[in-house]
Design a protein around this ligand. Structure first.
Ligand code: 48F
Length: 259
């Protein structure tokens, strides 16, 4: 069969448009495709919600690919081992309570399971703002990362979401926009971003879970963004807290959507 280049182009255009069209009204919009965002996307999609995830970079995975200092192994503690294994990622015990996994396998398995569960992932798109109404955030403002990088003056587009999750890692980018531009106070002690503290693995892992919650009406934080927002320490290359945080935020939003 002869191949027609125009058909290849038309196929991509049409299929991409269909896919994107199905994402204009979402239950949940996730910003950031690191471990916490991918796990949240997997659970929410598995529970039957309409969920999309926007990732600025070409590839999802965030800080997980590089393990610790570019050595591509990750460590998870006992509490998160079974969660990682439920994504078909084998773990090997190093010492009692410390389990290792290949970081490349971990990223690809999380992404693959999340997509198969129905999560729509948009790579190469950055979230630059939120859509707001009087009482809450109601959507995300998106643009091509290439536009952002080239600093082009091009207006963005929007998608509506009943809830949004800031899973942007250390930068907590979405919460920063809300703090700066949306009237009202954040649900933090000071009403502002408390700011990330220096590294303390054990405390950080505990606090990541405690801090995974709603920070503004309609806006949840997960993963490292939760600690940066609520003033917890960083944890370095132990990833259990990120995975458990993704599951916790999914469970909390599921309850809200079901209620
Ligand atoms: O940083 P990241 O991996 O977030 P995480 O899920 O995990 C943190 C760990 O990787 C590690 C750690 C603990 O082990 O401290 O750092 O909290 O992934 C965040 C993703 O969000 C993307 C960014 O490119 C990265 O892949 N991102 C950030 N801002 C935006 C964004 C934005 N405005 N729009 C779209 N994507």
């Amino acid at each position: 069969m002869a191949l027609d280049e125009r058909t290849i182009t038309r196929a991509i255009l049409k299929r991409w448009q269909e896919k994107f069209d199905s994402c204009l009204e979402m239950d949940v919009g996730i910003v950031g495709g690191g471990p916490s965002g991918l796990v949240a996307g997997y659970y929410l999609s598995s529970l039957g919600h309409k969920v999309c995830l926007f990732e600025r970079k070409l590839s999802v995975g965030g800080g997980m690919w590089g393990g610790g200092m570019m050595m591509n192994e990750i460590v998870v503690q006992e509490e998160a081992r079974s969660l990682l294994e439920s994504f078909d990622v084998p773990t090997r015990e190093f010492e009692r309570g410390y389990h290792c996994a290949d970081s490349v396998l971990a990223v690809t398995a999380l992404a693959s399971k999340a997509l198969r569960a129905g999560l729509k992932i948009w790579n190469l798109m950055s979230v630059e703002d939120v859509v707001m109404r009087e009482e809450r955030v109601t959507g995300l403002v998106i643009n091509w990362t290439a536009v952002e990088l080239a600093r082009l003056h091009v207006d963005p587009l929007t998608v509506s979401c009943r809830f949004v999750i800031d899973a942007t890692g250390h930068a907590c980018e979405l919460v920063r926009v809300v703090e700066r531009k949306v009237p009202g106070r954040l649900l933090t002690p000071s009403g502002k971003i408390e700011g990330e503290k220096s590294l303390w693995a054990e405390r950080a892992e505990e606090l990541t879970l405690v801090n995974t919650r709603e920070v503004f009406p309609g806006v949840y934080v997960a993963g490292m963004a939760a600690n940066a927002t609520f003033g917890g320490p960083r944890m370095g290359p132990i990833f259990g807290g990120m995975l458990l945080s993704g599951r916790k935020v999914a469970e909390e939003i599921h309850r809200r959507l079901a209620g």
